[in-house]
Design a binder for this molecule. Structure first.
Ligand SMILES: C[S@@+](CC[C@H](N)C(=O)[O-])C[C@H]1O[C@@H](n2cnc3c(N)ncnc32)[C@H](O)[C@@H]1O
Length: 245
C-alpha cells in the first residue's frame, strides 16, 4: 500500500495555491463584470415600432431616425468629435455636459408614451440639440426646450428648420437661456438628462419648490438621484419618474 504523504506548504505548493486562488478571483471578476454590463442594458427590449401614441399619431422607427439624423448633422464637427471621445464622455460647456439622449431607447419611448399626450406642457431642461423636444412633440405635447450653450442651441435651431418640412413642429419652442431663470410651475412634464448640469443640487431644490402638484419629472439614466422629490417608480432600467405630491 502506498504511503499517503502529508501536505506541506513548500514553495512549489505555495505557487500552485496562489495560482488557483488568483484564477478563481479573476474568473469571478470577469463573470461579474459581464453580468453588470448585461444588467445595464435596457430592460424594455424588442421592437416597439410602430408606436401608437395616446393621440391618434403613430410613430415609426423611420421618424425617429429622421430626427436623429437631422440633429447629428446640425452639430458642429468640434462637438461631434468630442462626443465620441472616451476621454471626455461628452462635450463640456459652461453650465454642464452635453450628451444627447438616445431617443430610440425603448425605455425613453415607453416613458414618453405613458406621460405625454395632447394638452401636456413639456419642458426639456438643457435641451441640447433639441432631439428630445422634437420627440416629445411627436407624442402630441406642447414641447419647450431651454439650452444655455450658444453653439448647441444654434444647432437645435438648424435641426428644427430641417425637420419642419417633415413634421408639424408648430407646438415646439426652443429658448436660449438659463433654465434657473425659468418658472417650472407652468409645465406638466419635465425631462432632465441626469448629470447634464453642474448645479444639480440647486436644480433639485428648484424642482421640489416649483413643480406644480401632480407634475412629473422624467429623469434619464440615474435612479432616484433626487431625494427631495418623490419617486413614482421606474420605467425600464434607465428612467425614474418623479411625481410632485
Ligand atoms: C446631458 S445634455 C442633455 C441634452 C438634451 N436634453 C438631450 O437629452 O438630448 C445637458 C444639456 O444641458 C445644458 N445645460 C446645463 N445647465 C443648463 C442651464 N442652467 N440652463 C440651460 N441649459 C443648461 C447643457 O448645455 C447641455 O447641453
Amino acid at each position: 500500500m502506498s504511503e499517503i504523504k502529508p501536505f506541506r506548504l513548500n514553495k512549489k505548493n505555495y505557487t500552485l495555491l496562489l495560482i488557483s486562488v488568483l484564477s478563481v478571483f479573476f474568473f469571478f471578476i470577469s463573470y461579474s463584470a459581464r453580468y453588470c454590463i448585461a444588467e445595464d442594458k435596457s430592460s424594455i427590449k424588442g421592437n416597439l415600432f410602430p408606436i401608437h401614441t395616446q393621440s391618434s399619431q403613430v410613430i415609426t422607427e423611420e421618424m425617429i431616425d429622421i430626427i436623429v439624423k437631422a440633429c447629428d448633422q446640425s452639430l458642429p464637427k468640434k462637438i461631434e468629435n468630442q462626443l465620441f471621445s472616451f476621454k471626455t464622455g461628452g462635450y463640456y460647456v459652461e453650465k454642464g455636459i452635453f450628451v444627447p439622449t438616445r431617443i430610440k431607447d425603448p425605455n425613453v419611448l415607453t416613458a414618453f408614451n405613458k406621460v405625454l399626450k395632447p394638452g401636456i406642457r413639456f419642458l426639456d431642461l438643457g435641451s441640447g440639440d433639441g432631439r428630445v423636444v422634437f420627440l416629445a412633440s411627436l407624442f402630441g405635447a406642447a414641447s419647450t426646450g431651454i439650452e444655455f450653450d450658444e453653439d448647441i442651441f444654434n444647432s437645435s435651431l438648424k435641426a428644427q428648420d430641417k425637420l419642419s418640412n417633415r413634421f408639424d413642429l408648430s407646438k415646439t419652442e426652443l429658448i436660449r437661456g438659463d433654465f434657473f431663470e425659468a418658472d417650472f410651475s407652468g409645465y406638466d412634464v419635465i425631462y432632465y438628462f441626469m448629470s447634464g448640469s453642474f448645479e444639480e443640487k440647486r436644480l433639485e431644490e428648484k424642482l421640489a419648490k416649483e413643480l406644480k402638484q401632480g407634475a412629473i419629472l422624467v429623469g434619464y439614466i440615474e435612479h432616484e438621484a433626487f431625494k427631495e422629490l418623490h419617486s413614482a417608480g421606474r420605467i425600464g432600467k434607465r428612467i425614474t419618474v418623479y411625481k410632485k405630491r
